[in-house]
Design a protein around this ligand. Structure first.
Ligand code: ATP
Ligand code: MG
Length: 573
């Protein structure tokens, strides 16, 4: 019934043969005549199409999944529905999966490190785009002929869940028992820490040769994840160094809040543990893989002192009206928290943000062809407060500018453009005047030129005249945001989400242009995006200061390129 026959057409693809079957789907090798290439087609169960909720979500979710672009995520070329058959078209990979590789024999430490690094980086990237995998397991990590790993099936579990009333195969809905997190097993709401747990199980399996919980039935395995203590890896494999054991234990904490917050944090801890336990070598294979120590970004950040090393260059000729670049220490480590733990904020549209006229954003840099969002209009300020400072950047002389191999802040037409290149996790900011304001509302139109979803941009306020101390309120086109406090000599404190980046569904993802707003005053900091309140926190560390614009390159991202326009500061009602 669901089986497609060789030679049969599915959309514009000709089925060659069935190559695999999982819990819910069937995978076929097929030929795509237009591109003269073979592809893999994942066909979802036919009854899914009957679910109205599924049909509604399929397009939206599939588009998000298809947009993921990472060296270790299997590309999704296409998706569609044909005669009641819903399918994803992916790159075809001849070789096996991490599952078959592990079944073939124990992995060397070097091999574990290499594969785990690729897995964690792929996961970190997806989390940065607000996608939780939900079914992370070795069978979903394909491995090509060169031994490189490609994570697949992102978000499929979520799609299947959307049609859950029609699907009764418990294990398929919940994920895969051997790798399922306790909260997922309990059908509680999950976030990226659930993937961290599954990643921990994979690491446990790679290191010890077996998964921690086995039982006669899937249900018994699930119950063990919920309530059985974890058998320490060293019980299974005697010579595991203590630091590595500790890393695995933390990833597999029953309580999600005790786990690593992000995959990159997990990866950093693993790398540190490897170095600490460098003497171990459980396998006779020499440590020779050339790419097993290639991660400058994480090592850089983990080596940072606790305080933010800002102010790399000397200050500009305009005193504090200028620019500063530096590395966001907390952000370097915590950025990839991405999208989860979605906060449902009690938001409202403040009167002064009510949309009125439209402001066309500057057409300075054409978007690369892969970037889907066309230029959009955003609401222009219509503030009821008294205007304190207004700049459409037509004068080209007020803001601090900078031209450097690694950063630039420049006027570009009648706009201000900030770039970070050759650096990862670095920020740059610029200010317009030395005037200190208190109790203000600020707005700016920001255009993300290079389409990087994890570039953060926004507003800084209450910059102190005598130190590099201020607040910044920033968002990313991936839907993340933070309101943070920088105090010179101290690590940045994120006032939102327990010192982490957070994700908001209210930020429409991957638009080219956003109107970012901020309230700074009355002991409160509030971030707005496109007229919607995203988050609000109380903090009275600073009550007045200079205002500015802020851009951060994102973790593992080499460039940031943001154009700002229509900046306005008004009194806060
Ligand atoms: N892109 C691909 N290229 C080649 N073979 C693939 C591809 N994707 C999947 N396969 C094969 O198809 C098999 C079935 O995949 P499928 O995702 O349906 O099941 P699974 O991963 O084993 O379990 P689950 O249904 O929980 O995801 C895989 O184990 C793999 O051997
Ligand atoms: Mg799969």
């Amino acid at each position: 019934m669901d089986t497609l026959q060789p030679g049969q057409m599915l959309g514009s693809y000709r089925i060659i043969e069935q190559v695999g079957k999982g819990g819910m789907a069937t995978v076929y090798k097929a030929y795509q005549p237009s591109m003269d290439r073979n592809v893999a087609i994942k066909v979802l169960p036919r009854q899914l199409a009957e679910s109205a909720e599924f049909a509604a979500r399929f397009q939206q979710e599939a588009r998000i999944i298809a947009r993921l672009e990472h060296p270790h995520i299997l590309p999704v070329f296409d998706f569609g529905e044909s005669d009641g058959v819903t399918y994803f078209v992916m790159r075809y990979l001849e070789a096996g999966t991490l599952k078959t590789k592990m079944e073939a024999g124990p992995l060397s430490l070097n091999e574990i490190d290499r594969l785990f690094t690729q897995l964690a980086e792929a996961l970190n990237y997806a989390h940065g785009h607000g996608i939780v995998h939900r079914d992370l397991k070795p069978a979903n990590a394909l491995i090509d002929g060169s031994g490189n790993l490609f994570l697949t099936d992102f978000g499929i579990a979520k799609l299947l869940e959307s049609a859950s009333p029609r699907l009764t195969q418990t294990d398929a809905i919940l994920g895969t028992p051997a790798y399922i997190s306790p909260e997922q097993a309990k059908a509680e709401s999950i976030n990226q820490r659930s993937d961290i747990y599954s990643l921990g199980i994979i690491l446990y399996e790679m290191v010890t040769g077996s998964v921690p919980f086995v039982a006669d039935t899937p249900l018994a395995v699930i119950l063990k994840h919920i309530s059985d203590p974890l058998p320490p890896p060293s019980v299974r494999k005697k010579d595991i160094p203590e630091p590595i054991e500790q890393v695995i234990l933390k990833a597999l904490a029953k309580d999600p809040s005790d786990r690593y917050a992000t995959a990159s944090e997990f990866l950093s801890a693993w790398k540190r543990a490897l170095e600490d336990g460098e003497t171990i070598q459980r396998s006779p294979e020499p440590k020779s893989a050339p790419d097993s120590r290639t991660w400058t970004a994480l090592d850089q950040t983990q080596g940072q002192p606790a305080s933010a090393p800002s102010s790399v260059p000397s200050s500009s000729s305009k005193g504090l009206t200028g620019w500063v670049v530096g590395c966001l220490v907390v952000a370097c480590l915590a950025f990839s928290v991405a999208g989860i733990g979605i906060l449902f904020l009690n938001w409202q549209t403040p009167a002064f943000l009510a949309p009125a006229t439209s402001t066309l954003f500057p057409t300075l840099t054409p978007l690369p062809p892969t970037q889907p969002p066309p230029p959009e209009t955003t609401s222009a300020p219509n503030n009821t407060g008294e205007i304190l400072l207004q700049d459409d950047f037509s004068q080209n002389d007020q803001w601090g500018t900078l031209t450097d191999a690694d950063y630039s802040v420049e006027y570009d037409g009648e706009a201000l453009r900030m770039k970070v290149f050759q650096q990862t996790s670095w920020f740059v900011w610029s200010t317009a005047s030395d005037t200190a304001y208190q109790n203000i509302h600020i707005e700016v139109t920001a255009t993300n030129n290079d389409g990087e979803a994890s570039t953060a941009f926004g507003i800084m306020c209450h910059l102190q005249a005598t130190s590099d101390s201020y607040y910044y309120l920033v968002m990313t086109p991936g839907g993340n945001y933070a309101i943070a406090l920088t105090k010179e000599g101290e690590t940045d404190l994120f006032l939102t989400n327990d010192d982490q980046w957070d994700h908001s569904d209210l930020i429409v993802e991957n638009k080219a242009t956003y109107r970012v707003g901020a309230d700074c005053g009355n002991g409160r900091l509030t971030l707005y995006v496109d007229g919607q309140q995203i988050a609000s926190v109380t903090d009275s560390t600073f009550t007045s200061g200079i205002v500015g614009l802020y851009t951060w390159s994102g973790e593992n991202i080499r460039t940031a390129d943001v154009t700002f326009d229509d900046f306005i500061v008004t009194t806060l009602e």
